[in-house]
Design a protein around this ligand. Sequence first.
Ligand SMILES: [Zn+2]
Length: 351
Amino acid sequence: MNAFDANRDPIDLTPETRYARQVVLPEIGASGQRKLLGSSVLIIGCGALGCIQAELLARAGVGKLVIADRDVPTIHNLQRQFLFDEDDVAAKLPKAVAAARKLKKINSTINIEEIVMDITPDNIEGLVKASDVILDGTDNFETRFLINDAAVKYGKPWIYGGVQGTMGMVLPVCPVSGPCLLCLLSEPPPHASLPTCDTHGVLNTIVAWIASLQVTEAFKLLLGYNFPVYSMNVFDLWKGTFRSVPVKRDGNCPTCVQRHFEYLEADAGSRTLILCGRNAVQVSPALPQNLSLDVVGERLSRAGPVSINGRVIEFQTEGHRMIIFPDGRVIVGETKDPAIARSLVAKYLGN
Ligand SMILES: [Zn+2]
């Protein structure tokens, strides 16, 4: 069905009408709207944050949206992943495909590209190079460090966003003029050290809040506004608290100063191994870990049955059995697909 079907009145789809309430905003105006229509935004991860980012950008008339995601929606996702419904869960439609379908109904006049794949060092560079701004919709630091490397390499701004529980944070990264993610964090937090939405829950209002802030920062970047200061803003919506942490460029930053791209140069393929004859995939962390099985087991027990035998954790969830070793390796059973295995590890171990 399109806007000119015989059975309904035609809709005025011209930009002048559609974006009228945005064009009258002095912050945007007619020239700003033209800039948005000529822009391309890459959304990496179409989960809770990515769904809202994509919808806001589509409604605002960003001319090209590229949505990359490796997963399919589950019933647990519907609480906070606004572009999906029960039919998408039943159809096991990939999130990028289901999202693009909804977005094309919302705005048929922009270009929406869906990419159903795991973002790895092998495929990220072309996507980042072709975009004006990249939005973080991921659930793991491994991918964020990869985004940071590619964004710094090609001088593209990206907006880090994270949510968990009732809290969330946003950091715009503008590699040409400001600090990068490695200036703030020298390396990803240790494997399985942080609570995740899947083990500790998340309030859907903080998701909407953080995604809105990320998109507002993206608008400013696309419209050419400069950032006077760089800071990471941290919110707790339940407590109503807000903290702004200034972030400065580290003069020795290996990424934005020395231009070593460790995460882009890593061989993603070597991190996952399909275990022949076992219907299982092994996912290894970038660096060996030293996990406390009791601590990790306690966290995971919130999301599914856990047993610890002193050497490994056995955790069952979403129809998969995961065996977690103290060095951070995880064997994910009931799949031969590395993308599914990496997705489960990111969801439950957070890296
Ligand atoms: Zn840096």
